[in-house]
Design a protein around this ligand. Structure first.
Ligand SMILES: Cc1cc2nc3c(=O)[nH]c(=O)nc-3n(C[C@H](O)[C@H](O)[C@H](O)COP(=O)(O)O)c2cc1C
Length: 231
């Protein structure tokens, strides 16, 4: 069977110290499957320049490679573009901040507009046959809202979801954030959800991305016809 590549993208500004990275990394480490190649990108370790919103000047200016990637060699968003384009499965991990995903997640979403725009404006499908999952971590409230926002973007990007495409945990809605790490390290029912998400993404991908009879990889693409109104 062909190997599948699983990419995790951790978007907490706290990097490897963060609780969301801890859960992502632990679940990736637990996955012992010789058919899966694993990689985690810690977004806070990269220099990621914010989107310059060329799309808003003229949708055709939003291209892949992104104009920032083409002109500013210090920008490291290429690692995320290449990581996603070469992966079969991508798990996005984000903390919750005031009911929303992280700033880094938002920066990445806006920069990924160039991949989405390749389909919707330039009529070239770049993101296809890839399965997505989400890991969402907070201390209080808001994970369904975050999941909804991410799913909206990721389906437009061209990703496919397994059933129950996200794992989430929020704490006790008090101000005792310092107890969260101990809790997620000792309460196995929390970790099981994140571990289960990784297994769900991998098992679903094996079923739909590779033909069990011929061993060939799925090759499905959908060119978006949305918003092509004639004036
Ligand atoms: C500015 C700020 C806003 C936050 N807002 C929320 C929130 O709306 N809902 C929630 O559940 N947790 C909220 N939290 C708590 C974090 O999501 C929580 O501490 C999380 O574990 C941080 O993830 P990390 O350790 O991966 O960085 C907030 C934290 C900060 C710093």
């Amino acid at each position: 069977m062909a190997k599948l590549k699983l990419l995790g993208i951790s978007t907490s500004a706290r990097g490897r110290e963060s609780n969301s990275y801890h859960l992502l990394n632990r679940a990736f480490e637990k996955l012992a499957d010789g058919e899966i190649e694993k990689e985690i990108i810690v977004a806070s370790e990269l220099k990621l320049l914010p989107c310059r919103h060329h799309y808003s000047i003229n949708a055709k200016m939003c291209v892949h490679p992104c104009l920032i990637t083409q002109t500013d060699k210090s920008d490291e968003m290429k690692k995320i573009y290449d990581g996603i384009l070469s992966a079969d499965m991508v798990i996005f991990s984000t903390p919750i901040y005031w009911g929303n995903h992280s700033q880094l997640m938002q920066l990445i979403i806006e920069r990924l507009n160039s991949l989405e725009n390749s389909n919707s404006v330039h009529k070239k499908v770049l993101v296809k046959n890839k399965v997505a999952g989400m890991m969402i971590l907070g201390h209080e409230d808001g994970y369904q809202h975050v999941a909804g926002g991410l799913m909206n973007f990721l389906t437009e990007l061209g990703m496919i979801f397994p059933p129950q495409a996200y794992a989430a945990w929020v704490g006790e809605s008090n101000e005792d954030t310092k107890s969260d790490r101990k809790r997620i390290e000792t309460d196995s029912t929390i970790f099981e959800q994140f571990d289960d998400l990784v297994n769900n993404v991998v098992n679903f991908s094996k079923k739909i991305l590779i033909c069990s009879d011929c061993g060939e990889k799925l090759d499905y693409e959908h060119l978006s016809k949305k918003k092509l109104y004639k004036k």
